[in-house]
Write a protein of this length. Structure first.
Length: 219
């Protein structure tokens, strides 16, 4: 299981996004947090910025849509060239059809669950997805403390992958840094979103490399 590191531009300098993307060119994905101030109490960026980023970097874009009505708004992110488009289970009206739409538009389909959302009701739905994003903080703001109590969901997802019931990436997002990434990797995560741990570092590229090494050693 090769770990993938996805720096979150939520912690980057929004006035220099192209340069910030260049600074983590050794990353595997570039994580883009889209918030609408309805599903979560924060407002960030949207489709125009994603289109501009697609032109500015060769990194695969990992778009995490913390928005209402993703059934309507998510497919255009796939059409804009995002590699992975993740919607929230709590917001999607028809997650099965939405996964099909995202895949038809050329993206991987991701389903996210909040810390308090159980995994079991979505296990059958997840057979149509490529990524499960387990939130390790409450979605909405960067810089929060990692919630270790959600790791049993990561373990269960990994168990389902290893048993063949699911075929997907297990992604974690929230509070991932040099201290917490090993526990997430040991639990079975293989994609790691890191914001301030990367973009607040003196050398973001080195921070990416260090996180990848720690995850590989623990997984």
């Amino acid at each position: 299981m090769q770990p993938l590191i996805a720096p979150s531009i939520l912690s980057a300098d929004f006035a220099r996004l192209a340069a910030e993307a260049d600074a983590v060119a050794n990353a595997d994905w570039l994580h883009v947090d889209v918030m609408d101030n309805h599903f979560v109490p924060n407002l960030t960026i949207g489709l125009p910025v994603v289109r501009s980023l697609r032109k500015a970097t060769d990194l695969p874009l990992d778009c995490h849509l913390m928005i209402d009505d993703p059934d309507r708004w998510a497919p255009p992110y796939a059409e804009a060239g995002a590699r992975n488009v993740t919607v929230h289970a709590e917001a999607a009206a028809d997650p099965v059809q939405l996964a099909r739409a995202l895949r038809s538009a050329g993206a991987l389909a991701g389903l996210a669950v909040k810390p308090g959302t159980p995994l079991e009701p979505y296990l059958d739905v997840l057979t149509g997805y490529d990524t499960l994003l387990v939130m390790t903080v409450e979605p909405g703001f960067g810089g929060q403390e990692f919630l270790a109590e959600v790791l049993p969901k990561v373990r269960e997802a990994r168990r389902r992958v290893e048993s063949g019931h699911l075929r997907l990436h297990v992604e974690v997002d929230g509070g991932i840094n040099a201290t917490t990434i090993e526990a997430a990797a040991e639990a079975g995560a293989d994609v790691f979103v890191a914001g301030s741990a990367v973009f607040s570092a003196a050398d973001p590229a080195q921070a990416v490399a260090d996180l990848r090494q720690r995850a590989a050693g623990a997984g």
